[in-house]
Design a binder for this molecule. Structure first.
Ligand code: HEM
Ligand code: HEM
Length: 140
């Protein structure tokens, strides 16, 4: 049970780099005036999966800590990182869905979405850093 959360969150975090890599094509077209092929459907599909898994994983982490150590939150920096990630995940999902529902030429919404999601990915890396500490000190 204790391994489930770290494994799925790590997989989702690695997958997020793939989604960012797909988005790089759009950045090239929209901001750098270069040619590129943005795989829209793949980006949206995997982007959604990542947000849903991160969110489900957050709840799972809480439940795991609560049932194993009888209290939650216990790991403060990791828990705070998760709480900060929540609004970024919401913004990622909502802005992405708005752009997906009605395709049109846009500038600012993709920028807000892109910047928000790069910060969110940075937070996920911080979660990896603090989560790795939990694995080494409390699980292994
Ligand atoms: C990326 C790699 C990650 C690793 C290695 C990791 C590791 C861990 C570990 C070992 C625990 C203790 C419970 C358990 O083992 O199930 C935990 C708890 C938790 N994790 Fe993660 N985690 C990661 C990512 C995330 C992310 C992305 C989020 C939020 C979106 C998150 C949110 C939480 C929360 C809320 C808890 C409960 C903390 C508490 O109640 O004190 N984790 N994590
Ligand atoms: C890990 C998650 C995600 C990352 C890192 C990410 C990153 C990005 C980036 C950097 C761009 C380019 C923005 C620009 O050119 O200024 C982009 C575009 C886009 N993203 Fe995401 N995204 C993620 C999740 C999502 C989700 C969940 C959705 C849909 C629900 C989505 C839908 C879109 C769409 C439709 C565009 C193209 C917008 C346009 O240019 O009109 N993304 N994304």
């Amino acid at each position: 049970m204790l391994w489930l959360h770290p494994v799925i969150q790590l997989l989702a975090t690695m997958m997020a780099f793939y989604v960012l890599f797909l988005a790089w094509q759009k950045v090239k077209i929209l901001h750098l005036g270069q040619k590129g092929k943005f795989e829209w459907r793949k980006h949206v599909f995997w982007g959604r999966i990542i947000i849903i898994v991160w969110f489900g994983g957050l709840v799972l982490g809480r439940v795991a800590v609560h049932s194993h150590w009888d209290m939650s939150p216990l790991f403060l920096t990791h828990s705070q990182g998760a709480m900060i990630m929540v609004p970024f995940m919401l913004i990622a999902y909502v802005t992405g869905s708005v752009m997906d529902r009605k395709r049109q030429k846009r500038f600012w919404l993709p920028v807000v979405h892109g910047v928000n999601n790069i910060i969110m990915l940075g937070l996920a890396l911080y979660q990896f850093y603090t989560g790795y500490f939990i694995v080494v000190n409390f699980i292994l």
